[in-house]
Design a protein around this ligand. Structure first.
Ligand SMILES: Nc1nc2c(ncn2[C@@H]2O[C@H](COP(=O)(O)OP(=O)(O)O)[C@@H](O)[C@H]2O)c(=O)[nH]1
Ligand SMILES: [Mg+2]
Length: 253
């Protein structure tokens, strides 16, 4: 399964690598007091509330002797190209800087969701000092402290909320099941009855072909996913294959 990609961008020293390590719960990226540290570990898989994703610390993609402008542009380009959700990280200690504004301008080009997080908001005063960041035009700033771990849950909630549906992994509490059986016994009709609507194509005629459909629904507060299997095939060969596939889907669902 292709996972959603989340990229962290921001000027040097705002805490991108600290945030990256915090989210993945490991110290893979090198955190440095000096800006421009090279050879960070850039990619890792992370998970929040059953949603898996790939996280990129774009700030690790620096090169020796590279100009800061070039690095920032490269970060933004990687994020815009590769990410499904972009986190722009700033910090409350520096307030809004020229570089923040330049990064924000680069990110205006994308239609992808951009979340603005304000790092180093270690205490309540700093957390209430984030209103300047509205001027970046990227929506509500989320205060976080990557070194203390505060605000990270709110940020992650927002991140997973912005995942495109087709790449989002389900939470673990979804019960998946399939309805299997011979062609034309009424599998699709049963599924439609369960869903309370005609969401699955029902065909009376032989020769109707279509693929399996995964349909999520909620009943009594419990989340289900019904995998409706392909039904009617005209030729025996195809039919056998389809039924085998249906059973396989049922076992792996
Ligand atoms: N006070 C404070 N310092 C932080 C926080 N996050 C990172 N730092 C510090 O900021 C410096 C730069 O962090 P780093 O993650 O390397 O920044 P990057 O260049 O954006 O990757 C390091 O000294 C970190 O310890 C935070 O939430 N609060
Ligand atoms: Mg870094």
């Amino acid at each position: 399964m292709v996972l959603p990609v989340v990229a962290i961008v921001g000027q040097p020293n705002v805490g991108k690598s600290t945030l990256f390590n915090r989210i993945i719960n490991q110290r893979l990226a090198i955190v440095e007091d000096k800006p421009g540290v090279t050879r960070d570990r850039n990619y890792a898989q992370a998970e929040w509330m059953g949603h898996k994703f790939d996280l990129i610390d774009t700030g690790g993609i620096t090169w020796e002797g590279g100009k800061i402008e070039e690095e920032i542009r490269a970060q933004a380009e990687i994020a815009i190209e590769e990410a499904d959700v972009i986190v722009m990280l700033t910090n409350v200690v520096n307030h809004v800087t020229d570089l923040d504004e330049r990064i924000a301008h680069l990110l205006y080009r994308t239609k992808k969701p951009v979340i603005l997080a304000v790092n180093k908001a270690d205490n309540p005063e700093q957390r209430s000092d984030i209103y300047d960041f509205y001027s970046l035009g990227l929506g509500d700033p989320i205060p976080v402290s990557s070194s203390h771990g505060t605000g990270i849950g709110d940020l992650l909630d927002q991140i997973v909320n912005d995942f495109p549906d087709d790449k989002d992994t389900e939470a673990d509490d979804v019960i998946s099941f399939s309805v299997i059986g011979r062609p034309n016994v009424g599998k699709s009709s049963i599924v439609n009855k369960l869903l309370g609507e005609d969401r699955v194509i029902v065909a009376n005629e032989e020769g109707t072909t279509r693929d399996a459909v995964d349909t999520p629904f909620t009943h009594d507060g419990v989340k289900f996913k019904v995998v409706d299997t392909a039904g009617i095939r005209r030729r025996r060969k195809v039919y056998e294959k389809t039924e085998k596939y249906s059973v396989m889907r049922a076992m792996s669902a």
